[in-house]
Write a protein that binds this ligand. Structure first.
Ligand code: ZN
Length: 435
């Protein structure tokens, strides 16, 4: 079974056990490590989470051409957990960031993205007397220049993953202490500084940014052990036609495929929000039967950098079906044919399956080692679920598993302040997964 991001052990830094109930006077205790306590042991139902939005802050990136400014946006997700003894721990659970291109001697980096890396979630050391927070972090970074210089790795027939770089560093922040009482309004101020730790192309050497005083956003409490924060994945459909007068444009399958993908990923508290379609006026790209057409279709990537582009062609025989590039990174995009619905049987869940690749899942059984590229952390999907490859004469299952739900990761995911319960289902191993 794949390792859940939720279940990697961390030693929790704790503040007062009475934090939730007894007001601020009890907070003047030195943060201590709860010996032998791990995040695994803390009931998820007791957790509360808050989001710190990063809204268009000016990041400072250092390349071989010196420092450059890059506007960054994204979110940091913190979670408070309380164990059976009442001890409260604050952990940094997720970081997603998207940034603008910066110049290097080998060309512009292209849009870059960062997401949480191995070891998540990580403990946050809290000084209750001052409200100061300190946390280390490792983020996985990717930018288009890496693809051009190093290439990508084909993991399976329909999945290409980028090589990414890891950046290690530290968050230093301040949160007025009422912010540690659930639902209390609070202001977060912080600074993140990261250095390239494991290079692939090595174009971005350092990255730092300051979060100015920003109100935190508490998420609603989870319903039970299956609760999770509600996440949005923005989708940008891109259709192909000869021109505006084309009576046979592509894209006719998109609404149906999206509806099925929505049903599957809603179980994982991920909702897909599609923007208005964009059009490529080049009829030669309706049928992808050569590498040049594949490259021409994706060249210059349509849409905004904060979306998953879903290119809908008539058919893509070059791939033998749908395909996903940029798995697990901000550059992720899907190519899918309208003929997925005219196949016998129709592949109703084909887009749902590819979205799983977008969110960093591989086919079950592909092997954890082969699933990863460079420093990027992809995870095998669960057997019998939507991540099962369909084969030639079948549709992908519409089933989810708790591991699938908890292992998805993408810099493109956006946390929303909505209540959500995971609804994982699978044919055989759900009971085992929930124990
Ligand atoms: Zn696949």
């Amino acid at each position: 079974m794949a390792t859940s991001r939720c279940c990697r052990s961390v030693v929790a830094a704790t503040v007062s056990a009475a934090l939730f109930s007894a007001g601020l006077s009890v907070l003047a205790t030195t943060p201590t490590l709860a010996q032998g306590t791990t995040a695994d042991e803390v009931p998820v139902a007791a957790s509360r989470a808050f989001v710190v939005p990063v809204t268009g802050v000016a990041g400072r990136l250092i390349t071989d051409l010196g420092p450059h400014s890059s506007r960054l946006r994204g979110q940091m997700l913190f979670e408070q957990r309380r164990d059976a003894s009442g001890a409260v721990a604050l952990v940094l659970r997720d970081v997603n960031l998207l940034g603008q291109s910066v110049p290097t001697s080998r060309g512009p980096t292209g849009p870059h993205s960062l997401r949480f890396g191995p070891g998540a979630p990580v403990p946050v050391v809290v000084d209750p007397a001052t409200g100061r927070l300190v946390s280390s972090m490792v983020l996985l970074g990717h930018y288009a220049l890496i693809d051009r210089l190093v290439g990508t790795k084909q993991i399976s027939r329909d999945q290409w993953a980028p090589f990414s770089e890891s950046f290690g560093g530290e968050l230093r922040a301040r949160l007025n202490m009422s912010g540690l009482l659930p639902d209390a309004p609070a202001t977060f101020t912080g600074h993140v500084r990261l250095k390239l730790a494991a290079p692939v192309a090595g174009a971005i050497r350092e990255l730092e940014f300051t979060v100015p005083p920003t109100p935190i956003a508490w998420l609603p409490p989870a319903c039970d052990a299956r609760g999770a924060a509600f996440r949005v994945l923005p989708i940008q459909p891109v259709f192909v036609r000869h021109g505006p007068d084309d009576v046979w444009p592509t894209g006719g399958s998109f609404d149906t495929l999206l509806e099925h993908a929505q049903a599957v990923w809603n179980k994982a508290c991920v909702t897909l929000v599609a923007r208005r379609p964009l059009w490529i006026d080049d009829g030669a790209l309706k049928v992808l039967d050569g590498n040049d057409e594949d490259v021409a279709l994706r060249d210059g990537e349509q849409g905004a950098a904060d979306t998953v582009e879903v290119y809908v062609v008539a058919s893509a025989p070059i791939f033998g079906g749908p395909a996903t590039y940029g798995s697990g990174a901000g550059s992720a995009h899907v190519i899918i044919g309208d003929d997925t619905l005219t196949a016998d049987p129709p592949s109703l869940n084909a887009l749902a399956h590819e979205i799983g690749h977008v969110l960093g899942l591989c086919h079950p059984g592909v092997g954890e080692l082969w699933c990863n590229t460079g420093n990027i952390v992809l995870v095998e999907g669960s057997p019998g679920t939507v991540m099962e490859p369909s084969g030639a004469d079948a549709d992908n299952p519409d089933l989810q598993s708790l591991d699938n739900c908890l292992n998805v990761a993408s810099p493109l995911l956006v946390y929303r302040r909505l209540y959500c319960c995971l609804r994982p289902d699978c044919e055989s191993d759900c009971t085992a997964e929930l124990q």
